[in-house]
Design a protein around this ligand. Sequence first.
Ligand code: C2E
Ligand code: CA
Ligand code: CA
Length: 817
Amino acid sequence: MPHDAALRRPPLAALAHWLRGSMGARLIALFLGLLLVVQLAGLAALQASFARHARSVLPERLHTGSRVLQGLLDRQAQALQDGARLVAADPAFHEQLRSDDAAIIAAALNQHGTRLGATEAALVTPDFQLRASRQPDGTELAALAGRLAAAAATGGRACQVALLGGRAHHVVLVPIKAPQPAGWLLMGKPLDGGLAREMQSLSALQLTLLTQGPDSDAWLPAHSTLAPAQAQTLARHAWRAGQAPATLGAAGAELAVQPLWLTTPDSPGAGAVLAVLSLPLDDALRLPRDVQMALLAISVVGFAAFGLLGVLCVRRVTTPLGRLAAAADRLGAGDVATPVTDGVHRDDELGHLARAFEQMRVGVEHKQKEIVKLAYWDALTGLPNRVQFREALREAIRAAGDSGAPRTTVSVVMIDLDRFKQVNDVLGYRFGDLLLARIAERLSQHTVRGADLVARLGGDEFAVLLRDGGIDVARSVAQRIERAFDTPLTLEDHAIDMGGGIGFACWPQHAFDADTLLSRAEVAMHVAKRRGSGPQPYDPALDASSAQTLSLLSELRHAVDTGELRLLLQPKLALDSGDVVGAETLVRWQHPQRGLLAPPQFIPFAEQTGFIRSLTLWVFEEAARHWGTLESAGMRMPLSVNLSTRDLLDPELPQKLDALLVRHRVPAEAFCLEVTESAIMEDPQRAQATLDRLSALGFKLSIDDFGTGYSSLAHLKRLPVDELKIDKRFVLGMQADADDAKVVRSTIDLAHNLGLSVVAEGVENAAVWERLRELNCDQAQGFHLGRPMAAGEFLQWNARWVTRLRPDVPRGQVVLH
Ligand code: C2E
Ligand code: CA
Ligand code: CA
């Protein structure tokens, strides 16, 4: 997900996304979650146990509280009593009493009351009648003095809590002895809020003082440390004397309460004062604040420590896992060269996994190398194969193009061995393999400069890539290869004379890309083979795959179907009599756009593509028709038909021709089959087999273009041949060139010795005709006698020839044009 999209997500969704995406995050979340559960469970157990304990000690706390309160009250009462005693024993006070002056006595009471914090101070007679008081209205004090009389009479003093003016007071009654008993001093000090606050700070209990007037049942809150609403609730409760601690609901809180009666319940008309100690249950049962804080601190530290440790632990697992995943990604992306190093030295499961990964990588790398080797190397010779060669060539062209140097050239020299199939057939495939390996060695030794690359493209085809070398370099390398083949190879007692067709092509002169360059070198190589002419540079004029000829194949098919082909006849004449003794059929293509095309413009292409077989069959069909036409015109003579290499290698050719004879009701001797030497030498054994069968069917056989190939007459002797055609090159040159003349003469002699008849082609003038007659040549063919003509034309020519233009009458003046 893109960064900004992640940012836009709400935090919870982002957390969920993070948890889903990271195993480490989930583990840490699980750890912390567990810790939280444990903490909460502990806290709950602690709280429950604490609450149980607190509840059990609650009565005891309240009881202790009431004792503390009692103590506080006693202390206050004692202080008041002590103060009163001191006043009662003071001689100055006695003196004031003795004055019997009401104003003096009132002032003394005022002064001592103020000093002791007593709001009430009174002088009581020995028989407990009020004599003087600090406050003007003494009714309540008089009644109080009456109530205290009994206690004072028996105990010599009295001390209690009493209601005065609706407020709770400590009251004390002490005797005045001056030195004889002179009455009693009564002092009253109000119980104030200080008592409740002191009680709270001493016992953590809340104190509420309630008062009840002498003529009322209702309690009124006097002082309270509770909230006013809670104090009101306490006031509304029906308190009874001797009541045990209890719980009360007060303003939404539960209070544990303990009442304490401060006044004697059974004094009629005196009112009552009640102290209620209380404790909110929530506070009592809740864990104390310091414990809570300690627990919180422990939790926070625990969480932090757990989280930190969790992150460290998880990272120890997830980091190597992440690295292994990255290594797996690398492997998946095809990078098998980078070793897996992370975690391989660990002793745990991750180490095991990392080592397993590394082993897998090594295995894959090994396999890949093997596959690459199989894909890029030729197992037999150890040389690069076609695939690698092609890639290297592409790379070289790219590098040369990138370098920008204007004179950089890349060349390909291609070699196809001659007669390798023969070696395989005769000496076996094992020997053939060994031979290929030796040839590969020789090629590598003799031809390769530093940057050059020798490859076996397949079968008996090799190629050399010259990364930096133009036509001249390519030519010299090609010539070196040719010379390297001059020395026969010795292998297992056999001396093998290997040769081959060598062609070369250069980038960028001949092609702009690797594939075209390869196919152009191949074209040159095929031309070299066909011509047997040594290393051959690519020449667009020869190219059956150049742009001009590429569309030819479909056009050629079309031509056969729609009758664009013509089969011309060129007469063959007997040199001794001048009779027309036969004719050679020569094909032409009446191309709708390009006009009349001669055989060299499409026959090599047809040969290369294999289309020649169909074309040959068409020629035979047409020739059979022509033969019928000639025969019905009274000219029964054999027609010569040219066969190409591919035809000779077609094992079904004899039976196809046989069927054709039957179909056209034509005898086999109607045809003479012309075969070139080089076609035979391509695969001599198969050629011989085909020729034997054709001869057995009754076809006459002729060796065409004799003298251009390497075949010896001795070899030809073994073939079922009837006729030899001396190549026109020698015939054309025999006037000017003594060597050519010699070749013609010796060929005629040798052929006659072997019992073959001899035809000279390319007879262009009467002198040559004459010379050939002298040399005893049997037949002649040439423009001097007749150009290739359509069948109708041929008949007309023949008619003229027979009547007027026979070269022998008068000889040497034959002009046909
Ligand atoms: P080829 O079999 O050697 O045919 C003889 C060639 O010599 C013919 O050329 C012919 O026109 C030419 N020629 C004949 N007399 C003279 C002469 O006095 N002077 C000169 N300079 N040339 C002469 P064409 O017809 O152009 O054929 C060229 C080659 O094409 C043939 O050479 C043959 O190899 C091939 N070819 C022609 N027709 C066929 C065919 O139907 N099938 C096959 N497979 N090949 C054919
Ligand atoms: Ca021919
Ligand atoms: Ca010829």
